[in-house]
Design a binder for this molecule. Structure first.
Ligand code: ZN
Length: 68
């Protein structure tokens, strides 16, 4: 006779995964900021991690304020 498995049902596992994914996404957004929607309020330099507005130049020619 067929017996239902003792593991969690698939629907429950999917809900768990979805909940985890949403939690992970929320944590990621807190660290890295929201995805590219509109203008980022505070773009940071990849090199010195300060506000890009304090720099000269743009893109790959960005010059950090501490550099000569
Ligand atoms: Zn910089």
């Amino acid at each position: 006779m067929w017996q239902p498995p003792r593991r969690k049902p698939l629907g429950q596992r999917i809900r768990d995964a979805g909940g985890f994914y949403r939690w992970f996404n929320a944590a990621l957004i807190r660290i890295a900021g929201p995805a590219d929607v509109g203008v980022r309020p505070l773009p940071l330099c990849r090199n010195c991690n300060t506000n890009v507005r304090a720099h000269r130049g743009t893109g790959v020619n960005l010059q950090c304020p501490d550099e000569p």
